[in-house]
Design a protein around this ligand. Sequence first.
Ligand code: NAD
Length: 251
Amino acid sequence: MGRLDNKVAIVTGAGSGFGAAISHAFAAEGAKVLVCDINQAGGDATVQTNPSALAFHKMDVTQAADWKSTIDAATQKWGKIDILVNNAGTSYRNKPTAEVTEEEFQKTFDVNVKGVFLGCNAWLPQAIENKQGGVIINISSVGSTRPRPGLVWYNASKGAISNATKGLAAEYGPHQIRVNSICPLVTGTALFSSFTGMEDTPENREKFIFNVPMGRIGEVDDVASACVFMASSEAKFITGVNLEVDGGRCI
Ligand SMILES: NC(=O)c1ccc[n+]([C@@H]2O[C@H](COP(=O)([O-])OP(=O)(O)OC[C@H]3O[C@@H](n4cnc5c(N)ncnc54)[C@H](O)[C@@H]3O)[C@@H](O)[C@H]2O)c1
């Protein structure tokens, strides 16, 4: 028995990092997953590991038309969509905030905030109509509550997501739709260099562990496991929570 047997999920940004790990973990627990990404090669690589449970759909979270095709693709393939994981995200490279360009700001908010807005607006009507409840998981960041120098507008975009998570939970609770966010610590994904302003090397990773009580940075499985729990019926009365997965960093 898998913890997500008979569930159907959409995971965005699933061609890399957390999104790939979440897709693999959901499939291992019995879910069918539409692996969504703007990057075809990354999405194909994610699907290759478990093609009977995973299917790739190329889409850009910032485009409303792409969200329509995403909902249509998952519904046509599996008949319903129980779980939406808004994971796709981006950042400019860590630098003095007064040097962030308007283009960098716009891209960060388009992908990290508008992408989640469009995703929720596309997914919610079918969930309400199906009357079976459902789950939204937004991938936020520890930076949503603990912003650091050099990433001010990235962190502000995640602040919007942690705030919207609570608002959505309050509004859609009566439909038995749960909305939670996961707030990861820095992790060695493709975004490591943007967040830290350094190359992703073992030596540079060591520079970020001294103030983490559990003595390491994040791993993609830490976030994937938290998402499985939040998506499963084990979390059936948990909504509106921004869950830090950070080894105690935010204490
Ligand atoms: N890695 C960290 O340290 C860390 C910490 C906290 C939060 N996060 C968040 O985790 C999420 C996943 O990031 P990651 O670290 O796995 O990075 P990643 O770069 O490995 O993966 C992000 C994926 O999103 C996809 N993507 C980007 N823009 C897209 C768009 N417009 N439409 C569709 N797909 C798009 C990319 O192609 C990529 O496959 C992001 O929301 C990020 O902000 C990451």
